[in-house]
Design a protein. Sequence first.
Length: 235
Amino acid sequence: MVAERFRYSWRTQIDEATQQQPGPAVVGVTPPESNNHSNDQVGGEADPSSNDNTMQELEPFMGVKMRRKASLHRDYRGDYLDVPSQPYLMKILKKQGDQQVLFADKVLKFTGSGKMKRRILIITEFAIYIIDPETDALKRRIALAAVEKMYLSELNDNFFAVIIPTEYDLLMASTRKTELVTKIVEATKSSPDDELEVVCSNRFEYNASADLVKEVQFEEVEGGVKTRILKKEAS
């Protein structure tokens, strides 16, 4: 049976009642929407057809048997912000000794308190940069060598987590999640047998700060994917 093709767009709702007590701090639903794609909008990835196809797009670096050839032939540009034409971005990179941009785009970052912040994410050969687009300030630089693994769900959503054992982790959402993850995996691969671990699960934990652990849960519901972010109680 041929899956109906549609595009997912991500939305988040803040449940104020649950923010004052243990429970879900953020509830997001990913419903089907139009095919318009905007760098400013954290929506669905370009042209997914089903949850199965999302997993198949990740198969090249997960060692899973390939079943859908079309997913490998997207028009990936890498730099969606034209970083070389942005003097303030180039200044940040050059100050750190970086110049070659593998990927650049706008994303949403989730803070330890559960707030969403618009950020510019840049991936170079050596590091991940998180930049505030309002102040043009570098908020964080993460050496690729410090990244241990990445978490994704098994469903059609835009969330991903970057696990950094020596620091606190990152939870973000991107309309180009598949391309972004692929770039990080390729950049950290120093040999054919040395590949970054990418874990696909509909439930995972991450360190939102030095002393705060949160759990992200994904559930397929009618019309899309519901995402919940819960604070883990100290044991």
